[in-house]
Write a protein that binds this ligand. Structure first.
Ligand SMILES: Cc1cc2nc3c(=O)[nH]c(=O)nc-3n(C[C@H](O)[C@H](O)[C@H](O)COP(=O)(O)O)c2cc1C
Length: 169
């Protein structure tokens, strides 16, 4: 699949078949994430790849459907000092880094016939309590369930370019 086609085919997928992902698929998704660009290549991210019975721990953390995905990635900023290095300007970098990594993972998943959904609605304290594996220096910025789609939603509409772009020449 061409990148253009993956960009157009990607949807937020919120229902998954029961098929487990192979280790190759999981590693492929995560590898696509770490190939994303990052500020100064500091790669200010950390991913907790949650599979199997550990997914039950998302109960009370986020919407119930999230843990029906065979893979739920807890996407974190790693607090590796990028903000200290760049000061105020650097505050946004780790958020940008992790956003690019997420999109890479979603496009890779789409190309492999899989689907996922960025989850911003989660309880941070409950997530930390449920997953003591999360390093104290890591900040959770999103959850990313991924699996084989059990739904095929129509594309959601977008504002026209004329609403969101100002051409300057
Ligand atoms: C930062 C961010 C947070 C989001 N949080 C949620 C969420 O908590 N729950 C959810 O179901 N979808 C969430 N979404 C998915 C959006 O609803 C979805 O991307 C949007 O409606 C466009 O649909 P599409 O992704 O299928 O093109 C989030 C997306 C982004 C970028």
């Amino acid at each position: 699949m061409e990148v253009k086609n993956a960009i157009e085919a990607r949807r937020s997928i919120r229902a998954y078949t029961e098929r487990e992902l192979t280790e190759e698929e999981i590693r492929g998704i995560l590898n696509a994430g770490i190939l994303a660009p990052s500020a100064c290549n500091m790669q200010s991210w950390h991913f907790y790849a949650v599979t199997g019975e550990a997914r039950a721990r998302f109960s009370g953390v986020c919407a119930d459907w999230v843990r029906t995905a065979p893979l739920v990635i807890i996407v974190c900023i790693d607090g590796n000092g990028i903000e200290a290095r760049f000061g105020e300007r650097g505050r946004k970098f780790p958020y940008q880094d992790t956003a690019f990594a997420i999109e890479n993972m979603l496009l890779y998943a789409t190309e492999r016939g899989l689907g996922g959904c960025i989850i911003g609605a989660y309880n941070d304290a409950a997530c930390r309590a449920a997953f003591p594996e999360i390093d104290a220096a890591h900040r959770v910025v999103a959850l990313l369930p991924i699996g084989e789609p059990a739904e095929h939603p129509e594309p959601r509409g977008r504002k026209p370019l004329s609403d969101v772009v100002t051409f300057v020449s």
